[in-house]
Write a protein that binds this ligand. Sequence first.
Ligand code: K7E
Ligand code: CUA
Length: 667
Amino acid sequence: MQRKIWNPPFSLSVLGFTLLGITLCVLVMSASVNAQLPDDAMEIVRERQLTPDDIKAALATYTPTGRHDEYVMFTSGGHSGQVIVIGMPSMRILKVIAVFTPDPWQGYGYGVKDAPLDASNPGVTVDGQTLTWADTHHPALSETEGDYDGQYLFINDKANGRVATIDLRDFETKQIIKNPVALNDHGATMVTPNTEYVIEGLQYAMPLGNEYAPISEYKSKYRGLMTFWKFDRERGRIDEDQSFAIELPPYWQDLADAGKLSSDGWIFCGSFNSEMATGGVEDGNPPFEAGTAERDMDYLHLINWRRAEQAFKDGKVEKIKDFPVITLETAVAEGILYLTPEPKSPHGVDVSPSGNYIVVSGKLDPHVTVYHINKIEKAIVDKDYEGLDDYGVPILSFDAVLEKQIEVGLGPLHTQFDNQGYAYTSLFLDSAVARWTLGPDAKYKAPERPWRLIQQLPVHYNIGHLVTAEGDTVEPDGKYLVALNKWAVDRFLNVGPLLPQNLQLVDISDTGDNMGLLYDLPLGIGEPHYAQIIKADKLSAWEIYPEVGWDSINQQKHPKAAEKGSIKRDGNTVEISMTAIRSHYEPEIVEVNKGDKIILHLTSLERTYDATHGFALPAYNITASVEAGETVTLDFVADKAGVFSFYCTEFCSALHLEMAGYFLVKP
Ligand code: K7E
Ligand code: CUA
């Protein structure tokens, strides 16, 4: 698995470098730079032992200072609980968005009132326990007519069954909600084509509503769940009051995808424990890994979300923990839920850009299995069932809905698409990306050789998800693919036994078997699972907040914003309006009594791009960030007597160190 460095013997080496020189000239000329490759550049090539492919990759990704990237990738931060924003093709990290985990730099989770991580938020303090981390898996960009619109990003917390909303006007988290019925999730988040709903699927079946039931009552008491969170675009919030869930059999529902165009209205969701294994290796039972893999087939779930929405609106729901849930019985009676077999321990399910093909990967099957939406819909109309499952759910006959099975390699997990009629499947066991051709599809010119494996590109190593540019939309861009590899092994310098993930940028612009590696990005902050790549010009984030006194949590003028400093006392409550501008706060001296309740509104008067101030109050565990124009409110009790020097944490000006004050608390 060692990367071969191109290091030929001397005579060959001369020839090699001549060839290399020619390659470089061609490359340089194609960039319409009218220059010979300078000697010192050749010197670098020799010294660093670069191959022609290395040089091509370097030229394809190197981004000179001030030049901006063409694409932006949002990748989950895994158990860091954050989202990482990466420019492409440079693969430079632009930002880490704090989502479920406190972040001092962004002043997120350290005292700002009403921020999503405020302990009073029921999405954060659950049953008295404040959660300070998450296992983020699947980011989803908001869509309009099936295409990314650049407005919002959603991401789930697998560990605790939560969903967060990020506003892409300022790249800040606005909302965290806890699913009241489900403990965990996984097949989430993803959106319906107009972001009507953000979908969240439960992973490990449980007694719904977090009740207790012994494992011996698994079949009768444990259930799966899919939740439909209604998105209110105007407010930029998930509207919990318009949301509902569907009860599912306890099959460990896994990845899901929303139908689009021809399959709009459907949700497809895989599952991997149709055996309903209950583990117990300590009692001599097969462990879950064996118990869940006994049958040759599991069930792909087909959920008609428009019918589900209608049933919810008609009140055909039961309340669990006050949350409306469509029961399994209703789901069957209303034609909301169907199953169809899918091969052994499936993982990913992905809908092609036209909506016609639904691609499923069985982790223990070297094939991808492709279904056609027309066949699925026909089988439903014809009631072409091979039976009912234990819960009365119709199982569509596999032969009736199957379009094709293509052998792509070992351990297929996830599939993405481009604009040339290719599909790309990650091969975990083979450590490779498989490129294969889709069948005839109205959307693209029919491939000359449909349903063929075209290339397996080795990646390093143990790839999980892969993502192509706008690959989840009705209009993928092709061009780039990123392999999100779980293991890095020998790719980087040794940093101890806990290694970074390796995100590898792949060039997929060429047709045929010409995919090539361009860049390795080590990410040493949790395990990214999935990502979304959007054309950078679809994003239009603010440079500064729209006006001075902006409440970025609610995206409106802050009711307590003030452009002058003031201190007002009312009994034991001290309300302070503080301003910040280079390089002072006003007021600078605040004197209160021990036990006073402090409400501090901090407003940045700045109107300059990138003029950020911070506010650190030691011993009180408070740190805030105020970007140009922003007002934040800090709310705390002055329960420690003493002299506390507060100061600005951003090096905002030459006299930044002078941007300080005293918070005096009289005993
Ligand atoms: Cu395959 Cu959580 Cu999307 Cu990870 S899941 S790889
Ligand atoms: Cu404001 Cu440093």
